[in-house]
Design a protein around this ligand. Sequence first.
Ligand code: TEU
Ligand code: CA
Length: 537
Amino acid sequence: MEQMEKWWKQAVVYQIYPRSFQDSNGDGIGDLPGIIRRLEYLQTLGIDAIWLSPVCKSPQKDNGYDISDYQDIDPMFGTMEDMERLITEAKKRGIRIILDLVLNHSSDQHVWFQEARKSRESRYHDYYVWRDGVEGTPPNDMKAIFGGSCWEWVPEVGQYYFHQFAKEQPDLNWDNPAMRQEIYQMIRWWVDKGIGGFRLDVIDQIAKEPDQKITINGPKLHTYIRELSREAFWGHDLITVGEAWGADCDRAKLYSAPDESEFSMVFQFEHIGLDQEPGKEKWDLYPLDFVKLKQTFAKWQKELYGQGWNSLFWNNHDLPRIVSRWGNDGVYRVESAKMLAMVLHGMQGTPYIYQGEELGMTNADFTLDQYRDIETLNVYQERKAAGYSEAEILASIHAKSRDNARTPMQWSGEANAGFTTGLPWIAVNPNYQEIHAEQQMKDETSIFSCYQKLIALRKQYPVFIYGDFQLMYETHPDLFVYQRTWKGQKLFVYANFHGTEVAVPEWHIGDGTVLMHNYSDWKEGVLRPYEAYMVLL
Ligand code: TEU
Ligand code: CA
């Protein structure tokens, strides 16, 4: 008898980027009442939890990842009553709400920072990371992720403060126990409101040590995370997932230890970095090393088996859309989107579906003026100043801008894809008339229907949850094939990851039950472009 597993091991999570999901009041920005309106759709898809990107009060310098009040809702998204209604309405449909907690930094408009910057004597001064200095000579040459120095001068106190992201996102000082206790109190307040879990933004950057130029995986990281878990999560049936760009398998075994001393799981990004030039940035484009991709997934599946728990994702609000990135968003868009879904959802772990992924939404082919993201706009300026050609910079931005994921959800073929009756804050992808939910929900061969089936299969067959993982044809240049085994039952996932027909060394069709297939017929012994199937033996 399997050890009674946590609900989130059988669950599928749907990420909503509220600003781009559904507008309800015609201001061109998605909001909470809009999400409530779409709960029926999410219940039809069959997901178990919704991860909401931040909706707390924020000046929106980084689209809400700069929070100025952790316990109030930004009027742009609605009211606290809307939030409470969302929690209640979702619960009625068996859906939990996961809040995005941004604990590495606050907004510079947070009252803590407003007080901290006034005086070194303020009780909030040391809620942040300050260094004495002389204006014009920052403590060291560390760079911020969104460009420029990570030190910003405040004349009132004659000091620099540290910010890993934008200067409007001052880093919180986790070495300060008073600050930590206020954070834990705030989280407990949200738990009492019925929040079902938390996504923890750049959580592996909280134990920063700027004097040693340490920004990630700091020496006190797990001490702080264990305290956070003990003080705020324990005793509640929550799902907690940390965003950990710096995680390797050993560290992930701590993060996702079965004793829940830290989190349920983390988002690790080793697979995500495989199409950037080694040692460089995501903007430095590089062909995907497909064999390495398979080996990376296999490593994480094996390393965490019985010792931790994987998240499974291709997309989020920071990443380009997978069907454009590693599938084919042209002739084989439908087949490749389904193939990518089957490859991911057949593995062990909790799958995350990013809004629009279930429709096969694609990257946006924007002109420069259509981009909105601070990271994209900064890199354009930085690389322009560094002498990169306009064409090279735009190629990088087209491929990797976070705005690729942030174009409005495509609901229907009506104006603005049914997202808003107003002027959308960011342009709708012009392909919305071919790619939208209304049409796909009625079509059992649609990408939407494929995701619906995958979510249902995960609940129907324990091998998806408990089975071990064995990669096959490891070095094959096109086939992504693996098997899962649980109590004598075998699940095979066969996929042609590329756009040319390949011979299949072993042919299992006919031996078992075909659970999924992304073509309407079969061609004996070969897999056609992006052809994939799942078979149960
Ligand atoms: O992202 C962490 C982060 O570092 C990413 O922005 C990453 O650097 C970039 O997208 C790819 O190189 C989290 C949030 O997901 C992101 O939206 C926020 O902008 C960031 O933290 C700051 O809060
Ligand atoms: Ca709105």
